[in-house]
Design a protein around this ligand. Structure first.
Ligand code: I3S
Length: 147
């Protein structure tokens, strides 16, 4: 179920722990209870692409962290979303990082080290828009199972 959608400025700054060159683009962002989808196109284009099976970039919010990131940009109103990535060896068992964590807990095994795999910056010049997004994403994360 969609909780919030709208346009924001987005820059992906790390992928799989690897730092990326910052490149701000406008993105159509769709937040649902446990994921965020980033569409490169306008909402209208995104909707018509969906019919043809074109998939957006999608991130799982389980184990994610969100925080204001004043020091990461000269722009105002920037926050970052840090996502947990599951080591490739564990991905075979399940693609669900939260479920995986609890499986390991139950068996008393060594916990996964949380890797900050992917990092995004999100930004809007309009104060209330960015505040709404920050709280919507934070609330979604807080409702999910904890590490
Ligand atoms: O993290 P930086 O280096 O301050 O980010 C700026 C640069 O990535 C710049 O690109 P080039 O270094 O490729 O020219 C971008 O155009 C800027 O938007 C970045 O800074 P801001 O402060 O806008 O995030």
């Amino acid at each position: 179920m969609v909780e919030k959608e709208g346009y924001l400025q987005k820059a992906k700054i790390a992928d799989g722990g690897k730092k990326l060159r910052k490149n701000w683009t406008t993105s159509w962002i769709v937040l649902s209870s446990r994921k965020i989808e980033f569409y490169k196109e306008s909402k209208q284009q995104a909707l018509s692409n969906m019919k043809t099976g074109n998939k957006p970039e999608s991130v799982d919010l389980c184990g994610a962290h969100i925080e204001w990131a004043k020091e990461k940009s000269s722009r105002k109103n920037v926050f970052q979303v840090l996502l947990q990535s599951v080591p490739p060896t564990l991905q075979q068992a399940t693609t669900d990082p939260c479920l995986h964590q609890s499986l390991l807990d139950t068996h008393g095994q060594v916990l996964i080290t949380t890797l900050s795999g992917n990092e995004f910056l999100l930004q809007s010049d309009i104060d209330f828009i960015i505040l709404d997004w920050f709280h919507a994403i934070k609330n979604a994360i807080d409702r999910l199972p904890k590490d």
